[in-house]
Design a protein around this ligand. Structure first.
Ligand SMILES: C[S@@+](CC[C@H](N)C(=O)[O-])C[C@H]1O[C@@H](n2cnc3c(N)ncnc32)[C@H](O)[C@@H]1O
Length: 304
């Protein structure tokens, strides 16, 4: 099975120990979870969360040898606090967030995450989410679609793309969408499919990925024990910016404007930054798994 991105670095960062409690908030195929459970032998425990039932089924099989040490729940990581309360785990020693889409999801020929395969335009991590990519593409007003593609895809030709989409409606498949996008975005960077940015934008919007990330970060801090660690892997600059700004805010004691003589906000630092600059995969990893090229790992520690 494919080794998860920045695997060694995550395990090293979390320093799993006997009897420790960990959360893998983006379980996927369970690669990071397996590493944490192995490194916290014989009695460390892990709560694994994912909204994708297919991912959970694979992780369940992979983690079965760990028995009750691995508790796997189909739930959004935005409910982390609630999930831990249900287990009566007051604090945990580490939280991992490996954001975005998994290789498994991307390589699925049916789930519509990739323009490489012709499939229904779906892109939902959670199949119970009522809004698929097809729903957004076929119902959003042109201006909203343009805004979404520009903001989440950082696509300079977003207006043109949105206009072409609206003209071509209804669009039901990944191939149809990539052809429409290609018709107005030719001449981009060599080797990069012109539909890349639009697909990324739709996936982020369908799964409300940035909102979910903003919700989970404060929850992760609130559940960490002193000196517990948070490790976050992001795959694009929008995610990384949110993680970086959050950590930079949480390592400061006061968030008042710089010229204000007395602190009125009362904010207290909750984190220590472990990685000033994010850890990136080594060349060998990128060679083996080209998707890891854009990965960035940030680590922070709960203050003692
Ligand atoms: C990059 S993959 C994780 C891969 C995993 N680390 C491994 O070792 O196989 C990200 C996973 O997060 C899941 N996910 C996305 N949004 C989620 C959310 N809000 N709550 C829980 N899981 C989510 C996706 O379904 C996907 O399986």
């Amino acid at each position: 099975m494919h080794r998860p991105v920045l695997y060694q670095e995550i395990i090293h960062a979390l320093r799993p120990r006997q009897g420790g409690h960990y959360v893998d908030a983006t379980l996927g195929a369970g690669g990071h979870a397996q590493g944490i459970l192995r490194a916290s032998q014989p009695d460390g425990s892990l709560l694994g969360l994912d909204v994708d039932p297919e991912a959970l089924a694979i992780a369940r099989q992979r983690l079965a040898p760990f028995g009750e040490r691995a508790i796997l729940v189909r739930a959004s990581y935005t409910t982390m606090v609630e999930q831990l309360q249900a287990l009566s785990w007051e604090q945990v020693d580490g939280v991992v967030l490996d954001l975005g889409v998994s290789s498994m999801q991307l390589e699925s020929t049916e789930r519509g995450f990739s323009f490489k395969y012709d499939a229904p335009l779906d892109m939902r991590f959670d199949p119970e989410n009522p809004e698929s990519a097809a729903y957004l593409v076929n119902t959003l007003p042109e201006a909203e679609l343009a805004d979404l593609i520009s903001r989440y895809g950082e696509e300079h030709k977003a207006r043109r793309v949105a206009h072409a989409i609206v003209q071509a409606r209804p669009i039901g498949t990944t191939r149809q969408l990539s052809q429409v996008v290609a018709s107005v975005t030719s001449g981009g960077r060599p080797g990069i499919d012109p539909a890349t940015r639009t697909f990324q934008a739709l996936r982020i919007a369908v799964n409300r990925e940035l909102e979910a990330l903003e919700q989970v970060l404060p929850q992760a801090i609130s559940v960490l024990a002193p000196q517990g660690r948070l490790a976050v892997i992001s795959f694009h600059s929008l995610e990384d910016r949110i993680v970086k700004q959050f950590i930079r805010q949480e390592i400061r004691d006061c968030l008042c404007p710089p010229k204000q003589p007395i602190c009125t906000c009362g904010h207290k630092a909750s984190l220590v930054e472990i990685t000033r600059t994010p850890i990136r995969p080594e060349e060998a990893e990128v060679k083996e798994n080209p998707r890891s090229r854009s990965a960035r790992l940030r680590i922070a520690e709960k203050r003692a």
